[in-house]
Design a protein around this ligand. Structure first.
Ligand SMILES: Cc1cc2nc3c(=O)[nH]c(=O)nc-3n(C[C@H](O)[C@H](O)[C@H](O)COP(=O)(O)O)c2cc1C
Length: 345
């Protein structure tokens, strides 16, 4: 069924297809018994899939990556498709329109996307309102936070603090996003000093709460080994709960398109199949080099059960999908969970 829907969706401009899909997903609320049947079709309930990671109980290891439900509009409905966790955001303190359109491109020959959305979102306050109504209490929600485009890096911490405070009561874990290539200079915050300062500030707020929330750091796949060593050290120093590896890449290697055509698309982060290998390498490096010191959520180019198993074997404690979900639809989640069961992982 998704193949038919995809046939029509892929004829539309990618961003329009995204909004139409969201509208369709929201419409399912008006179909009697849709939730019941969707859960029957797409969910695989088995206690062997359950995992406790950074203190949270996940009913299976497969989640939806940040960026699809930026404004927490459809997390309840997306939860029906078998994900055990949904990451909303990236949200910023103030609403912002994001970059000029077009800003999302499909590369079907590579099962990939290029995006330079630029944190288009309605602001953290709106997202927090939406998150108050959680239909399925077993669905875990992550809040991915960032800074506004116009906030200079010197004041970036303030933006993350605003988002942290606004979302604290309505999410289960936080993700500090300093790795998007689409907000000018954001990735400079991955440097040792500003990053340690940012994470320490958030951890201080966190430690002052009665019920602390896990804070994770989302990193780029384009970091060198030396930079990854710094990340390991920073995670240990700041005692944050873990790392999400990885965000989209700025690399354009090995694409089945003419270089000139790719260049014409302009800047942006590449996701999907071309990212599979590199994000797995980053996961393996973090896990091996740190001696498995902290949990890692593996994301980047998971388009099949095999891709997912590879990430888990490389050391990922949980995994997330985005582009694979766009190309293959909800059936992929169940396929992955079935493969995990078969592998006895
Ligand atoms: C259109 C689009 C928008 C995204 N927006 C965000 C975002 O706002 N915050 C974030 O942390 N990651 C964002 N991502 C990155 C994804 O969460 C994920 O890390 C990346 O796409 C790699 O996974 P994939 O290959 O399964 O898509 C976005 C990705 C895409 C394709």
């Amino acid at each position: 069924m998704y193949a038919v829907l995809k046939f029509f969706l892929f004829k539309l401009n990618p961003e329009k297809a995204h909004y139409l899909t969201f509208w369709l997903i929201k419409c399912t609320n008006y179909l009697p018994f849709f939730t019941f049947f969707a859960k029957k079709i797409f969910n695989l309930n088995n206690s062997k899939l359950k995992k406790t990671v950074f203190g949270l109980d996940f009913k299976n290891p497969v989640g939806l990556a940040a960026g699809l439900d930026k404004d927490a509009i459809a997390f309840n409905e997306l939860g029906n498709f078998g994900f055990s966790f949904i990451e909303i955001g990236t949200v910023t303190p103030k609403p912002q329109p994001g970059n000029d359109k077009p800003r999302l491109f499909r590369l079907p020959k590579n099962q990939a996307l290029i995006n330079r959305m630029g944190f288009n979102n309605k602001g953290v306050v709106e997202a927090a309102k939406k998150l108050k109504i959680r239909k399925d209490k077993t669905l875990i929600i992550g809040g991915n936070i960032g800074k506004n485009k116009l906030t200079p890096n010197e004041n970036a911490v303030d933006d993350y603090v605003v988002c942290f405070n606004e979302l604290f009561d309505v999410v289960d874990y936080f993700v500090v996003n300093v790795s998007s290539p689409n907000t000018p200079n954001l990735r400079e915050l991955q440097e040792k000093e500003p990053l340690t300062n940012l994470l320490n500030t958030l951890q201080m707020l966190n430690f002052n709460k009665i019920n602390q929330k896990p804070i994770l750091l989302k990193i780029a796949p384009d970091l060198t080994d030396l930079q990854l060593d710094d990340i390991i050290e920073i995670v240990k120093i700041t005692k944050i709960a873990g790392v999400i590896a990885t965000n989209t890449t700025i690399s354009r290697n090995d694409l089945n398109y003419d270089k000139v055509d790719i260049e014409k698309l302009g800047m942006g982060g590449l996701s999907g199949k071309p990212l599979t290998k590199r994000s797995t390498e980053v996961i393996r490096y973090l896990k091996t080099k740190s001696n498995n010191a902290f949990p890692v959520i593996g994301v980047g180019g998971i388009h099949s059960a095999e891709d997912a198993l590879e990430k888990l074997k490389a050391g990922a404690d949980l995994i997330q999908l985005y582009t694979g979900f766009v190309y293959h639809g909800p059936k992929l989640i169940k396929q992955i969970n079935r493969a995990i069961l078969n592998e006895n992982m």
